[in-house]
Design a protein around this ligand. Structure first.
Ligand code: ADP
Length: 449
């Protein structure tokens, strides 16, 4: 089933990213957009464009009926969902497939399993991935929770089964706090996700966030493309990512990567996925799996030389993986900075017109962005407006190049987080790679004084 025309059900830099891969494969693209995005770059570059609704994402980028109609009208034979929006919506994937349109993503059943954290943990455990010690499934009553917490040892974390974006989590320090924090977590989860199911796990004090990129062909073959270190986070949102991680040895990468690939092979997983772990004292602990392309995928592309979107499209067309595990080579180092239209100190969103724009360039510098001079950043969507990805033969060289490239970026008319990155990468702890998921917020607090 050859793919000839892909509808891209997304916006911003990721819509462009998919368009570029498609073009290089000789595949046409269809952009969809809200009325607020009529002048967006993805709309300008695509072969065709269809307006699917008003600015609110619920009525446009999340509007399944409008997107399916757009695919039918334009004769698209595949849909790429990007990340966010409908990318991890199993029902949408099923609807797409029911319309005989290729879904450029995992099998709906795997999206569903991994979207429920309790199910995901159970599945990961059964596949041999190391888990954070915790409850075996959902926890119903405070008595049950107290007994479990006693066994695991405090502090523990109460997490929402349907949680996402770091929401629906409560750290519990002792037995006295547990009943009330657990009922708070349940009611927050109910109102945010419509599901009050919670579970409990050991709260790790100072871990790093290490994730493995995996690919499966859906027929029992799978590979891993190494890890990314995404420990630099603010409110559980990733700010800067790098590959390889400064702390993972070649032996650990090989061992854990193969464990992940074997798990995906056994599952019959199809397409791109990311298995996220917390890493503390040399041990990996599975936290969740994302059944889609990640924002930070370019750092993996930089060190492997593979085009991950091309790989996704090939798999959706029923082709085999383009490389075997033994053919995957990791070379050099890559860092990505997420550039948001936000105040670099308060992080208040800063939408508006970009009066002038110049992207950094030069050897091993990549900017993924839909910006252009005169573009109006709409206030309705995520504030990430560009990703700067830099590659170097060594981590030191990569950091030097990143300093140079950040200095070249010009985005005027709105506030951006470029100054945050410029300061961040000059810190000793960053330069030595000595940071955990707590580091960025602690550093920002000290900086404020
Ligand atoms: P979400 O889907 O909401 O992003 P995750 O399970 O991926 O939820 O967790 C988000 C972040 O919360 C992690 O990157 C980590 O910073 C923190 N976290 C999650 N589980 C634990 C844990 N057991 N101990 C300590 N921190 C955790």
């Amino acid at each position: 089933m050859a793919i000839t025309r892909i509808l891209i059900a997304n916006r911003g830099e990721i819509a462009l990213r998919v368009h570029r891969a498609a073009q290089e494969m000789g595949i046409e693209t269809v952009a969809v957009h809200s009325t607020a995005d009529a002048d967006a770059m993805h709309v300008r570059l695509a072969d065709q464009a269809v307006c699917i609704g008003p600015p609110s994402a619920t009525d446009s980028y999340l509007n399944m009926a409008a997107i399916i109609s757009a695919a039918e009208i334009t004769g698209a034979d595949a849909i790429h969902p990007g990340y966010g929006f409908l990318s991890e919506n199993a029902k949408f994937a099923e609807i797409v497939e029911a319309h005989d349109i290729a879904w450029i993503g995992p099998k709906p059943e795997h999206i569903r399993t991994m979207g429920d954290k309790v199910e995901a943990k159970r599945t990961a455990g059964a596949l041999g991935l190391p888990l954070v010690p915790g409850s075996d499934g959902a926890v119903e009553t405070a008595e049950e929770a107290l007994q479990l917490a006693e066994e695991i040892g405090y502090p523990v974390l109460v997490k929402a089964a349907s949680g996402g974006g770091g929401r629906g989590m409560k750290v519990v320090q002792n037995a006295d706090e547990l009943p009330s924090l657990m009922s708070q977590a349940k009611s927050e989860a109910k109102s945010a996700f419509g599901d009050s199911t919670v579970y409990i796990e050991k709260y790790l004090g100072n871990p790093r966030h290490i994730e493995f990129q995996v690919f499966g062909d859906g027929n029992g073959n799978a590979i891993h493309l190494g890890e990314r270190d995404c420990s630099l986070q603010r409110r559980h949102q990733k700010v800067l990512e790098e590959a390889p991680s400064p702390v993972i040895s070649d032996a650990d990468r090989d061992r854990m990567g193969r464990t992940c690939a074997d798990a995906m092979a056994e599952l019959g997983y199809r397409g791109a996925g990311t298995i996220e772990f917390l890493w503390e004292n040399g041990e990996f602990y599975f936290i969740e799996m994302n059944t889609r392309l990640q924002v930070e995928h370019p750092v993996t592309e930089a060190i492997t030389g593979l085009d991950l979107v091309r790989e996704q499209i090939r798999i959706a067309a029923g082709e085999p993986l383009s490389v075997t595990q033994d053919e995957v080579r990791f070379t050099g180092h890559a860092i990505e900075c997420r550039i948001n239209a936000e105040d670099p100190r308060s992080f208040a969103p800063s939408p508006g017109q970009v009066t002038s724009y110049h992207a950094a360039g030069g050897m091993h510098v990549r900017v993924d962005s839909g910006l252009y001079a005169g573009y109006r950043i709409p206030p309705f969507y995520d504030s990430m407006i560009a990703k700067l990805i830099v590659y170097g033969r060594t981590r030191e060289g990569c950091i030097m190049r990143l300093k140079r490239a950040l200095g070249e970026m010009v985005i005027e008319g709105v506030k951006t987080t470029i100054p945050l990155h410029e300061t961040l990468i000059r810190q000793d702890d960053f330069q030595t790679g000595d940071y955990t998921i707590k580091w960025l917020e602690e550093w920002m607090e000290q900086r404020e004084e």
